[in-house]
Write a protein that binds this ligand. Structure first.
Ligand SMILES: [Zn+2]
Length: 189
């Protein structure tokens, strides 16, 4: 791949959309979409990995996977508040998920593509792990972040030139500045 072939970090990327949509199954006050088997079934159908056999225990596994991903996305938004042991715990959880989400490498004369070896729930988890691998190869993994506003934590693709965004939008940025301003005012009284 030459530099010219690389996707621009400013362009939308399907792998980024998949990871972000999974993380945002609980973010920004939207409520918990993976509360139980029904919620998980709906998400899987929308993500193109239908699986009617999932249970409430699978929904709990999906939430653990998602929350571990969010921890890494928060660490990407330069959040010093994420302790290193939380990051290590999240990384270990992703490895455990990958133990059950085998991938196939489909190799042709010109390229190799990873595809999930299973269907349904574990196929979806495999697809998310593949998306992360693609983002990393494209130099974009660390641009997938979670908003630092603690009442938001929405996943987003940082499209800024110098990869310095820490909030998912101007609303959260001004909310946090306003909160800090009010706190300073209170402290000085
Ligand atoms: Zn936000």
């Amino acid at each position: 791949m030459t530099a010219a072939d690389r996707p621009s970090p400013l362009a939308p990327h399907p792998a980024a959309s998949l990871v972000i949509s999974f993380v945002n199954t609980h973010a920004g006050g939207s409520g918990e979409q993976l509360e139980n088997a029904d919620g998980l079934r709906q998400w899987l159908r929308a993500a193109g990995h239908p699986d009617d056999a999932v249970s409430d225990a699978d929904a709990a596994t999906a939430r653990e996977f998602r929350d571990a991903l969010r921890t890494l996305l928060l660490a990407h938004s330069q959040n010093d508040a994420v302790p290193p042991d939380h990051v290590a715990h999240a990384e270990a959880r992703l490895v455990r998920i990958s133990d059950n989400a085998p991938l196939h490498a489909v190799t042709s004369r010109t390229t190799t593509t990873l595809v999930p070896a299973r269907s349904g729930l574990w196929g979806a988890f495999g697809a998310i792990l593949i998306a992360i691998t693609e983002l990393d190869r494209a130099g974009m993994w660390q641009r997938i972040k979670a908003c630092r506003n603690e009442i938001c934590h929405e996943g987003f693709l940082d499209r800024s030139r110098n990869a310095s965004a820490i909030y998912h939008g101007p609303g959260c940025s001004s909310m946090v500045s306003m909160r800090a301003y009010r706190q300073r005012k209170k402290d000085s009284q």
